[in-house]
Design a protein around this ligand. Structure first.
Ligand SMILES: Cc1cc2nc3c(=O)[nH]c(=O)nc-3n(C[C@H](O)[C@H](O)[C@H](O)COP(=O)(O)O)c2cc1C
Length: 432
């Protein structure tokens, strides 16, 4: 099945990938992005402004959950088996009727323009060239239609923040369906924004500069909502040089001409309306089934951490779960995802796919998640770092590295395909 507008370059096996890197190295050519995630993060830090880097890397509070997400993977060890003829390795799987080369997707990451001016467009091109499903964020920097136009038949999903307006929810979901999205992911853990110390220290929220609100300002229902009178009149504040700079960025960023935007005052109204309605703190289990009236697509819930919530999701007929703590950006001190995965899989009993994100950094992490019952994982911050360093090509290289790393780990552990990866492939650090 063709993935991109052109046929994607066939993905080579891990051994070819290693060879390509080593042979280029012999001619003095280094990989365009670092292979190790820690180095990737530190190069991205150098490439980005402090505000942009802190927004992406930061988490809630003291960031204990950000680090715990990764250290919790180290609580599990792979127990390899030998002499199992792993010359032929197949990392493919089928998810919601779509064949995938490898068990991962890109997690929805908002405001990607902070990492690179091409933002989501670069990620759309990189993922579609490899057939890796991209999950468009509600907080994207480019409208979903612009990304889809670059992706041919490549797989994509849409992530939804349930707005205060059901009409807006309907419109976003139907746009997603119209632009070829194959599933809707409802993120549950961000009905309120977490206490993010780095952003608060810098007093920086990108949305106030009009960044990350492209799905809204391109939406016909949002446009209508903007026309409604503004009930919450803005507080009068002293105008400083920074206020003017922020206003300048906003006028420039908003669709249309700078002068037109200045005259109409639309960008400011859009930001205020967005802040007012983008999420619904009252969201509850009774709201979720309403989405079935808006779309026939499979629905996944992202942000599930408690097995009872997983059971509840099953009861209301949800099609899939993403075990996630939003990369530690919401509750500091929250459980890691990998520690909750076995109980959630136990609760779900294989009836629907369970995906996982938060802290996945290496092929071994992907392997461990699969061994504990995940069908696939979502890759997060590292692809944003790769984007910051080398744009579309950086994201593509990062994904190719993950594919190779996972394939080698799987083969070296004695597994030829995903069906052979199971609980018996792991030992806990501290036996229960
Ligand atoms: C900068 C940033 C923006 C994010 N934006 C969204 C978003 O718009 N919607 C969403 O559901 N999750 C969002 N997430 C969470 C990711 O989808 C994912 O759960 C998280 O990045 C996983 O953690 P990891 O990156 O540490 O692996 C965001 C994460 C980051 C780092």
């Amino acid at each position: 099945m063709p993935f991109g507008p052109q046929q994607p370059t066939p993905i080579s096996h891990a051994a070819d990938r290693q060879r390509t890197i080593y042979v280029a190295g012999a001619s003095g050519i280094k990989p365009i992005i670092p292979i190790s995630e820690t180095e990737l993060q530190s190069q991205a830090k150098q490439a980005l402004s402090r505000k942009a880097y802190d927004y992406i890397a930061g988490g809630a509070g003291k960031e204990h959950t950000v680090s715990h997400n990764q250290s919790a993977f180290r609580q599990w060890h792979i127990l390899p088996r030998m002499l199992r003829d792993v010359s032929q390795r197949d990392t493919s799987l089928e998810l919601f009727g779509r064949k995938m080369h490898s068990p991962f997707l890109t997690a929805p990451i908002g405001v990607l323009e902070l990492a690179h001016k091409e933002g989501d467009l670069a990620v759309a091109k990189a993922t579609s060239s490899l057939g890796v499903p991209m999950i468009f964020s509600s907080q994207a920097s480019y409208p979903m239609e612009s990304c889809s136009a670059l992706m041919g038949n490549a797989p994509r999903w849409f992530q939804l923040y349930w707005s205060k307006s059901d009409e807006l929810v309907k419109s976003l979901v139907q746009r997603a369906e119209n632009c070829g999205c194959e599933a809707i992911v409802i993120t549950l853990d961000t009905t309120l924004l977490g206490w993010r110390e780095r952003d608060l220290n810098l007093a920086y929220l990108p949305f106030l500069e009009g960044k990350g609100i492209a799905q809204y300002v391109s939406d016909p229902v949002f446009q209508q909502l903007m026309a409604e009178p503004d009930l919450a009149a803005p507080e009068k504040r002293k105008v400083t040089a920074t206020t003017l700079q922020t206003a300048f960025k906003l006028m420039n960023r908003y669709p249309g001409s700078f002068v037109g935007n200045l005259r109409s005052g639309k960008p400011l109204r859009a930001v205020r309306k967005f802040i007012d309605i983008y999420s619904r703190p009252s969201l509850n289990w009774q709201d979720i089934p309403k989405i079935r009236a808006f779309t026939k697509l499979p629905i996944l819930l992202k942000g599930i951490l408690h097995p009872d919530d997983a059971k509840k999701a099953l009861e209301i007929g949800i099609d899939g779960i993403i075990v996630s703590n939003h990369g530690g950006r919401q509750i500091d001190g929250a459980v890691s995802t990998i520690e909750m995965l076995p109980e959630i899989c136990q609760a779900v009993q294989g009836k629907i796919p369970v995906l996982l994100d938060s802290g996945v950094r290496t092929g071994a992490d992907v392997f461990k998640a699969l061994a504990l019952g995940a069908s696939a994982v979502c890759l997060g911050r590292p692809y944003a770092y790769a984007l910051a360093i080398a744009g579309e090509a950086g994201v593509r290289e990062y994904l190719l590295n993950m594919m190779a790393d996972f394939e080698l780990t799987m083969g070296l552990a004695g597994c030829k395909s995903l069906s052979e990866i199971g609980r018996a492939c792991l030992r806990p650090e501290h036996p229960f």
